[in-house]
Design a protein around this ligand. Structure first.
Ligand code: COI
Length: 355
């Protein structure tokens, strides 16, 4: 099959829409999906013609590699509506690049820009009614790819399915977020798949996160697997620490996901005169800073969670509470980022892309 497949896309419209039954004010993250989905298969060494069709379950062989060997990757993105009813994506090129980085790491075929970016535009154009106006309203976009080739031999599939599904969303966390600093379990190791947005990176966290939940904590801050001394990433977000007036976040690399929200916040903070240091913060340093009062803030940053303040953390069974600040870096940065996303502020970075 040739390139520019998106020009040949088949669109099969749903006969009815479920939009009128959705309570957009009371959404639980990731539970409701729009009327359509995009599907594009890879077989015989090439991407086939994409189709947008009604959202529905589909059948794949029980021996498909995704079920047995976890060949599955995804992205998290959002669409926003401005006051003029235009729909916008935020840095889709970054998600496209990261998706293909993940694909390569899991021995999956890379998706063409035409299918990924063109596919996003096509499905968002069709579903624009699902993107509601007003800050806080978003349409969460989940592009993903799974190995659908059959056979339980442990080798990469020869057939794949790329899909885009869409879910109206407001906040990811509904209450306060308290975290535990990892002392035993690890999210990623050098040489592993930590920097890929691979499904397995998330399922591997479910058990330790469940243990944390049982103790009243919502998330874990992962530390480096070798020494558990360096603070790296929270389960669904990158993580920032403010000590005095400097903002710290760990460098991305083999173990840490290169978050789009993370890198955008760094650019906004630097532009606005906040001192940002990209370096690992040690657990000992954090405890010291919590004890002497120089630790002002910890917050997570991710597409789904946006900017999420962390109210306290636990380490070695001691709990440390963060101060409640007026005009925190977290609230300032969130405001500036979302103003760009909703076209309420000039996008001097050139991050927003119109659908
Ligand atoms: C996102 O922030 O979009 C993510 O992919 C995290 C996911 C666990 C919701």
């Amino acid at each position: 099959m040739s390139s520019n497949l998106i020009n040949e896309i088949d669109i099969v419209k749903a006969s009815t829409s479920k939009i009128s039954s959705v309570d957009f004010e009371n959404l639980t993250f990731g539970n409701i999906f729009t009327d359509h989905m995009l599907m594009c298969d890879f077989k015989d060494g090439a991407w086939q013609k994409p189709v947008i069709k009604p959202y529905e379950p589909f059948m794949i062989d029980p021996s498909a590699k995704v079920f047995h060997y976890g060949q599955a990757i995804f992205e998290g993105m959002k669409a926003y509506k401005d006051e003029k009813d235009d729909v916008w994506m935020f840095r889709p090129d970054e998600n496209f690049k990261r998706f293909n980085h993940s694909a390569k790491r899991l021995a999956m075929p890379e998706v063409t820009e035409d299918i990924f970016i063109g596919g996003l535009k096509a499905i968002l154009d069709l579903e624009r009614e699902w993107v509601k106006k007003g800050k806080g309203n978003t349409l969460y976009i989940r592009p993903f790819m799974i190995a659908i080739g059959s056979g339980v031999i442990a080798q990469p599939s020869t057939q794949y399915r790329f899909m885009i599904i869409l879910s109206p969303a407001r906040s990811y966390y509904s209450g306060e977020v308290k975290v535990i600093i990892a002392e035993h379990y690890s999210r990623a190791a050098n040489g592993g798949i930590g920097a890929a947005k691979a499904a397995g990176n998330y399922s591997a966290q479910f058990y330790p996160t469940k243990l944390a939940n049982e103790r009243g904590f919502q998330q874990i801050i992962w530390t480096d697997d070798a020494t558990h001394t360096k603070l790296e990433e929270a389960g669904t977000m990158n993580v920032f620490f403010r000590i005095n007036d400097t903002l710290y976040t760990a460098p991305t690399g083999e173990r840490i996901l290169d978050g789009v929200t993370r890198k955008s916040l760094i650019d906004i903070a630097k532009r606005d005169g906040i001192n940002v240091e990209i370096r690992s913060v040690l657990v000992t340093e954090l405890i010291e800073a919590a004890k002497d009062g120089s630790l002002k803030e910890i917050f997570g940053a991710g597409t789904a969670a946006v900017v999420n303040p962390i109210v306290g953390f636990s380490y070695q069974d001691n709990y440390y509470e963060l101060p409640k600040l007026e005009n925190s870096y977290a609230s300032q940065l969130k405001e500036k980022l979302t103003n760009i996303q909703y076209k309420l502020a000039d996008d001097t970075f050139g991050w927003t892309v119109k659908v």
